[in-house]
Design a protein around this ligand. Structure first.
Ligand code: PGA
Length: 254
């Protein structure tokens, strides 16, 4: 069974409200409508979510992080109920940049995943190894451990709603991409781990995205791999022409 492709744009700390509108107008000029066979989601900075919300008939949208508490003394944080109020339907968690610069841990990723699901939103759970880990350790076990920890205590019914994004840190924003074989091998290993927790039927429904310098030129090759169900795209998602090409590559493979 081929799962429905999921292509998400992670804008990181780029594009305020005005630029959001400009980029999305550009997207519509490139691609008048999103093909039904592909789920397309944009994750701009928090302050640009209201601007993105005006494109909700065109694409899905979500945040790049959220707190796991309802409210309270957490200066600078945003809650799921605030995201619900803006109709944001997705939230990225556990991105390597959040882990490295903002103290995100496997434990906070797990708490956030549960909170996001409880708020009827879709968590996009990121994982990935450093170059050093790839060279010197059992990196598949490390990344599998990140994902296992993220799903801890999540029911099978909720697990199928989750999206996993494998992003080798050495490929993020570097122009260096995992080869299709490297991506497939890791995705297969992650799926096997999910099989061991949830069984074959549930694991077969969970989408696993690849992220790390995905672009128009390499998208088709990566997306054609059996266990690569989409992409989490940084740099190229800010360029309408490039991002539209990635969406079209997914459509052609559907
Ligand atoms: P990149 O970023 O596509 O610019 O490498 C991907 C990501 O970090 O989500």
């Amino acid at each position: 069974m081929k799962r429905r492709y999921f292509i998400a744009g992670n804008w990181k700390m780029n594009a305020g409200p005005a630029e959001t509108k400009k980029i999305m107008d550009g997207m519509k000029a490139e691609l008048a409508s999103i093909p039904a066979s592909v789920e397309v989601v944009f994750c701009p900075p928090f302050v640009s979510l209201p601007a993105m919300a005006s494109f909700v008939d065109y694409v899905g949208f979500g945040a790049q992080d959220v707190h796991f508490e309802d409210n309270g003394a957490f200066t600078g944080a945003i809650s799921t109920s605030m995201l619900n109020e803006l109709n944001a339907a997705y939230c990225i968690i556990g991105h390597s940049e959040r882990r490295e610069y903002f103290g995100e841990t496997d434990s906070t990723v797990n708490k956030k995943a549960k909170k996001i699901l409880a708020a009827s939103m879709v968590p996009i759970i990121c994982c990935g190894e450093t170059l050093d880990q790839r060279k010197n350790s059992d990196f598949e076990a490390f990344v599998g451990g990140q994902v296992k920890a993220a799903f801890e205590g999540i029911s099978p019914d909720d697990a199928i709603k989750c999206v996993v994004a494998y992003e080798p840190i050495w490929a993020i924003g570097t122009g260096e991409t995992a080869t299709p074989e490297q991506a497939q091998s890791m995705h297969k290993s992650l799926r096997n781990m999910l099989v061991s927790v949830y069984g074959v039927d549930i694991a077969a429904q969970i989408r696993i995205l690849y992220g790390g310098s995905m672009k128009a030129e390499n998208a088709a090759e990566l997306l054609s791999q059996e266990d690569v169900d989409g992409g989490l795209v940084g740099g190229a998602s800010l360029k309408p022409k490039d991002f539209a090409a990635i969406i079209c590559a997914a459509q052609e493979l559907s």
